[in-house]
Ligand binder design. Structure first.
Ligand code: MG
Length: 392
C-alpha cells in the first residue's frame, strides 16, 4: 500500500435520507448511469484501503442486500446501521473498525466522483499531520441575505470542505468521545477534531468531487459519467431447440399457437436463451449453461424471461447497462410476424429499454437444414451493453 500507512480503513457514510435529492430511495443506493454512488465510492477506494465500514440507514436492509455481493467483491466490508444524527452514525462506524485500523477515511457516499489521486493526496498529508481534509476555494460570489439587508461576503478566506476526511483513528475517537459527552452538534468530523484543539491540514480538493444533493445533481452526474465510461461492448448468442408434442411454443416470452412446442429443461425459449448468451458474451460472463445449469431442479419449467431479468439485474449491479438488442428467429413454421410487436415489448421491458432499442425478426431457411425440415427452431442475438467504471 502506497505512502507507508498500514491499517487504512474507509468509513463510508450512507445512512442519510438525502431528502433534498428528490430520489425515491436513499440516494447512496439510487443508480447514477446504472451504478449506485455507494458502489462507485467503494470502487474508488479499492486500491487505497484494507476494508470498509459501510453505515447504512435502518430501513436500507433490502437495498443493501441487492448490492452486497458486488460490494464484497470490491473490498472486505463490515456493515452497520446509522444513528439519529450524522455524528452518532460516524461514532457507530468507528466502533466497528477492526483493531488493526490505525487510519480512517470518512467519506460521504453521495460523492461518487472521488478519485484515487485525491484519496492518496489526503492520506499522504494525514501521514504528516494526523488529520487532513480536502477543500476547494469558493469561486461564486457569496451573498449573505438577511432582513436587515445583508451583503457580499469576501470569499478570500472561505473554503468548501469535501470528503474524504482522513484521521488517525485514536484522534477521531477522542474527538467523538468528547462530542458525545457534551452532545455537540456537528455535521463535519474535522470540526470536532479542531474543537478538541488539534490541527487539521487542508489539502487541495477536487471541484469534480461534488456531492449529489439536489435532483439536478443526478442529471449532471449522469451526463459526466456517460462521458467518462468505456466504449460500449457487444456480444453474440445462438440457441436451438427441438420440436416436441404437448409443449407450449414460447418465443421471446410470448406464447405462439402451434401444434408443437420446444423441448427443454426450462420453457425452451430459444430466442431468449440466445439473447441471454449475447448479454453474457458482451459482459465476458460465460454462458447461460454456467449460470443456469439444466441439471438444477430450480430451473425446471421456468420462464426464460425470469432468467433474462435475473441476468440483466446481475449485470446492472456489476456495472453493465443494456443499450440495444437484436434477435433473429429461424423457423420454417409457424408464421411469427403477427407476434413480433409483443415480442419486442416483452424483451424491452425485461431489458429496461424502450422498444426503439430492441429489434426482433423472423426468417425461414427456405426448407434447408434442421429448421427447414421443421425439426426445431434456432435463434440468434446480438446485444450491446455500456460498461461503467465499476466493471473496470
Ligand atoms: Mg436453450
Amino acid at each position: 500500500m502506497a505512502g507507508g500507512l498500514s491499517g487504512r480503513w474507509l468509513l463510508l457514510a450512507a445512512a442519510g435520507r438525502g431528502l433534498r435529492s428528490g430520489q425515491a430511495i436513499n440516494k447512496a443506493f439510487s443508480p447514477v448511469a446504472g451504478v449506485c454512488p455507494l458502489l462507485r465510492c467503494l470502487a474508488a477506494f479499492r486500491e487505497s484501503v484494507d476494508g470498509a465500514v459501510v453505515i447504512i440507514g435502518a430501513d436500507d436492509g433490502s437495498l443493501w442486500s441487492s448490492i452486497e455481493p458486488v460490494a464484497r467483491a470490491i473490498l472486505p466490508i463490515v456493515v452497520t446501521t446509522g444513528g439519529a444524527t450524522r455524528r452518532e452514525s460516524v461514532a457507530r462506524g468507528l466502533d466497528k473498525l477492526p483493531s488493526s485500523a490505525s487510519w480512517v477515511a470518512v467519506h460521504d457516499a453521495a460523492r461518487p466522483f472521488v478519485t484515487r489521486e485525491l484519496i492518496d493526496r489526503c492520506f499522504a498529508q494525514a501521514n504528516e499531520t494526523g488529520a487532513a481534509i480536502p477543500a476547494t476555494p469558493i469561486t461564486d460570489t457569496i451573498l449573505q441575505t438577511s432582513e436587515e439587508g445583508g451583503g457580499i461576503i469576501s470569499r478570500d478566506k472561505l473554503r468548501a470542505v469535501q470528503t474524504p476526511q482522513i484521521f488517525r483513528v485514536d484522534l477521531l475517537r477522542a474527538a467523538h468521545a468528547w462530542a458525545a459527552r457534551i452532545q455537540a452538534d456537528a455535521t463535519d468530523d474535522a470540526e470536532l477534531v479542531r474543537r478538541i484543539g488539534r490541527t487539521v491540514a487542508l489539502v487541495e480538493g477536487d471541484p469534480a468531487n461534488f456531492k449529489l444533493t439536489a435532483p439536478n445533481d443526478f442529471a449532471i452526474a449522469e451526463r459526466i459519467l456517460f462521458q467518462l465510461e468505456q466504449p460500449a461492448r457487444s456480444g453474440f448468442g445462438m440457441d436451438a431447440h427441438r420440436f416436441a408434442p404437448d409443449r407450449a411454443l414460447i418465443l421471446c416470452g410470448v406464447q405462439v399457437p402451434h401444434s408443437l412446442g420446444l423441448l427443454g429443461h426450462s420453457d425452451a425459449d430459444a430466442a431468449v436463451h440466445a439473447l441471454i448468451d449475447a448479454l453474457l458474451g458482451a459482459a465476458c460472463q460465460g454462458d447461460i449453461g454456467r449460470w443456469f445449469p439444466d441439471t438444477d431442479p430450480a430451473y425446471k419449467g421456468i420462464s426464460s424471461i425470469v432468467l433474462l431479468e435475473k441476468v440483466v439485474g446481475d449485470l446492472r449491479v456489476r456495472g453493465f447497462t443494456p443499450l440495444h438488442a437484436d434477435v433473429t428467429i429461424a423457423a420454417q413454421k409457424p408464421r411469427l410476424a403477427p407476434y413480433i410487436p409483443r415480442m419486442r415489448e416483452t424483451l424491452a421491458r425485461s431489458l429496461g429499454l424502450s422498444c426503439d432499442f430492441v429489434n426482433v425478426k423472423a426468417t425461414t431457411t427456405e426448407r434447408m437444414g434442421y429448421v427447414g425440415r421443421e425439426e426445431g427452431i434456432a435463434a440468434y442475438a446480438v446485444a450491446t451493453i455500456q460498461p461503467h467504471r465499476l466493471s473496470g
